[in-house]
Design a protein around this ligand. Structure first.
Ligand code: PLP
Length: 392
């Protein structure tokens, strides 16, 4: 599959549109969390919220659209793109002038809907509980609309080979370039951890890892230990085993096996199940400890990674200071700001920790921090107008 990559690793010159700013995301050390967990390995997050549309899905949207244009499947001025759930696709359609209809399960956040509308897409909400093959699901409704709307095209991330290929050529190569140009002692991946939705991300990166392992020649082969690939799946999804059920985390898990997912060895070695509670707690920890504005499924991926590393199976990697653990952090918290799990400020570790400082501020001001009801605002001579919100 080699030879196709045109991966750019640095921004050079002026980009022709936001599509050129899709991908090329940084690999960032998660040292504070690694230390708290007693991990000696290099814990590294691939931060996809830096991409133009804020998500790992931008990559597949760009590649699927560009290849559909090349293959004559999408025709400017005629085609209407219909797809279940994708800001990246709406972004590509906005730039290229295609009409776009997105079918969006009810559980998907208001922020996603608002952003999709801002990009000019039409949104059809569908019941979250509808089975994937029911006519009312996000997939069923997309198919129904395609049948009746002239020029309608479904690029179908569930079966489109360009979904995993976007990661085979893009995400994988970027990770290897980041490692190669780093000062880390090893330049290979010991453990790859990613959540699975369609499975395109984990399948594409893992296939590239395996193909590369096959082609390693003597010297490299001796120093490279086979990469372990760990897939993360929420409780309530069947991809990693178990019964279908409800869960809040968005973007990962399904009640069917998408065609693009290759769930077994040698591609995926192991699956780990995560729940909403640990995912959201870890998301807040990533924001609080590492200042990374990630979304809920990033917490799932990191929580799964840490549980694996702290288990007997992950012990050798966890204790090896030269081992590189890559965790894919798929999107950003800006997609989920209105969700109760993010808004609720309940007794998280950080909230309790900061109680002392809050007390100091309360004592200095003689009032509660958020309580402005009794505050008298004085005008300060010569210092401009003091506004109600404290800005001068
Ligand atoms: C928000 C979000 N989008 C997309 C993905 C990747 O999904 P896929 O398996 O479809 O590549 C994930 C996976 O963790 C995700 O959390």
């Amino acid at each position: 599959m080699g030879g196709e990559s045109q991966t750019q690793h640095h921004w050079q010159g002026v980009l022709s549109s936001a599509l050129d700013a899709v991908g090329h995301t940084p690999l960032i050390r998660l040292d504070r969390i690694a230390k708290e967990e007693g991990l000696k390995c290099n814990l590294l997050g691939k931060c996809e919220f830096f991409s133009a549309g804020g998500s790992v899905k931008d990559r597949i949207a760009k590649r699927m659209v560009e290849h559909a244009e090349k293959d004559g499947i999408l025709i400017p001025g005629q085609s209407i793109v219909i797809e279940p759930t994708s800001i990246g696709l709406a972004l590509a359609c906005a730039l290229k002038g295609y009409k776009c209809i997105i079918t969006l399960p009810a559980k998907m956040s208001l922020e996603k809907e608002v952003m999709l509308r801002a990009l000019g897409a039409e949104i059809v909400r569908t019941p979250t509980e509808a089975a994937w093959d029911s006519p009312e699901s996000h997939i069923g409704i997309a198919r129904k609309l395609r049948k009746s709307i002239p020029g309608a095209v479904i690029l179908d991330q569930y079966s489109n080979p360009h979904n995993p290929l976007a990661h085979y050529y893009g995400t994988y190569e970027e990770i290897m370039y980041s490692l190669k140009t780093s000062d880390l002692p090893r330049k290979d991946i010991s453990l790859l951890v990613a959540g699975a939705g369609t499975g395109g991300t984990i399948t594409g990166i893992a296939r590239a890892i395996r193909d590369n392992e096959k082609s390693l020649v003597n010297g490299d082969a001796a120093s490279h230990k086979r990469t372990t690939v760990l897939a993360v799946d929420p409780e309530g999804s069947i991809l990693g085993g178990g019964e279908p059920g409800n869960y809040q985390v968005e973007g990962i898990g399904y009640d069917f096996f998408p065609e693009v997912l290759d769930p077994n060895p040698p591609v995926v070695d192991e699956w780990i199940k995560t729940n909403d509670e640990e995912s959201f707690a870890m998301t807040k920890r990533l924001i609080r400890r590492e200042s990374l504005f990630v979304g809920g499924s990033s917490g799932s991926a990191l929580s799964g990674a840490i549980r694996y590393l702290l288990s007997p199976a992950g012990d050798e990697i966890a204790k090896d200071p030269s081992a590189n653990v890559i965790v894919i952090l798929p999107d950003g918290v800006r997609n989920y700001m209105s969700k109760p799990w993010f808004l609720e400020t309940a007794k998280s570790a950080a909230a309790v920790e900061e109680e002392d400082l809050r007390d100091v501020i309360r004592n200095v001001l003689g009032r509660d921090l958020g309580d402005v009801s009794g505050v008298v605002v004085e005008k300060v001579e010569g210092e401009g107008k003091v506004q109600q919100d404290g800005e001068v």
